[in-house]
Design a protein around this ligand. Sequence first.
Ligand code: SDX
Length: 442
Amino acid sequence: MTTAETSTNDTINQDSDKSTLIIEGKPYEMPVYGGSIGPSVIDISRLYGQTGKFTYDPGFTSTASCESKITYIDGDEGVLLHRGYPIDQLADQGTFLETCYLLLYGDLPQKSQLDDFEKRITYHTMLHEQMHTFYRGFRRDAHPMAIMVGVVGALSAFYHDSTDINDPVQRDIASLRMIAKMPTIAAMAYKYSIGQPFVSPQNSLDYSANFLNMCFSVPAEDYKPNPVLSRAMDRIFILHADHEQNASTSTVRLAGSSGANPFACIAAGIACLWGPAHGGANEAALQMLEEIGSVDQIPEYIRRSKDKSDPFRLMGFGHRVYKNYDPRATVMQKTCHEVLDALDLKDEPLLQVAIELERIAREDEYFIEKKLYPNIDFYSGITLRALGFPPEMFTVLFALARTVGWIAQWREMIEDPSQRIGRPRQLYTGPTSRDFIPVDQR
Ligand code: SDX
């Protein structure tokens, strides 16, 4: 039995399968559920009905919003598992489409299953021709993430034959369409922003080579994707595929809980991912490295990042869950070196700044005490820019890869018989009831 004091002198006694919360002297028993690994949960779903009280957890630092079998993170140990497989093994030995199959269906595919899945994805990569007109409504200088939110949301207007969330066949087609079309949509957003013609998908190319071809080939000359860069792109997609109940995934689940169609839910996830505290951090991290500019400027920026009166933060550092090195950042740093070597950019000055910044930060008492380590966004910006992408495309690539995670989590929620519409409550501290005063008497 364990006992913990709470502020109102209530205590929580917890044994193997239940907790007792004592409020104003009265005991309330709540079930405790254990998972396969990781923290157990206290089921408080009947707390309000029994006590008239809510729990309070802004930012959900101690709240499990759902049960899931897809991804497990051990933040203290720096572990990330997709259906039990460690991220570094998937990134080093597998392909992105193998990881997509794993996330969607729960196991690594056999060869025949993978061949069939790759073929089904390949034959869904084209976009309805009328959507090309949709792009032309945007200003040329629109941020590509603004285009992604708009175009993905509009997919339900073009593919309404796969929007019935209660039909498993339509859910599967919508899933394949999203995964298959995101590279086409992303590449078109890039081409539109630089005023070049859209490039059609090529079924003869694999997923990542096809994406690089749609981004960087032009009708005026032949383009042959560099296999080292295609492999690096594929690995970067694997690293970004899913990450448990992060902000954008929680957004997709909440939108899906109302019965919204999958395209609208993914568009909501893209909108949330855009924030600089989340998926926008890769773009912000590169801008930060460029602002620092040189190794001798690092101490000043480290000082600023610790100054509460200064809004500057080390972008690409820190994480809500990882209080150890983000295992994705390890693979991303290795990929960064591979890409720079392949492009003969070994002396990229920003990489030297990033490596020295990481070294200094990780020896700094503040970062050690707050357990702030590089996250996936710290090295991704340098890598993506070396691949030829402008910073405003970095979060688009994150969204492209995370689509499979959003879809897998959305499907899990839809197929969960106990799922209900998400509707959090609040601690209200606004005005109590008061009567209206006509404007001439105010
Ligand atoms: C992603 O959730 C996911 O899984 C997200 C993601 C995914 O795959 O989906 O992993 C992708 O979003 C990675 C995170 C990318 N964001 C950044 O790199 C932006 C910089 N990082 C911070 O904004 C911050 O670390 C967060 C947003 C990532 C986490 O914020 P938390 O968990 O709310 O932590 P916090 O802001 O409360 O920080 C705790 C303390 C604070 O100091 P105190 O108030 O306790 O004194 O650490 C400090 C913060 O000031 N701190 C930093 C810091 N990050 C946190 N100080 C300097 N530089 C930083 N980067």
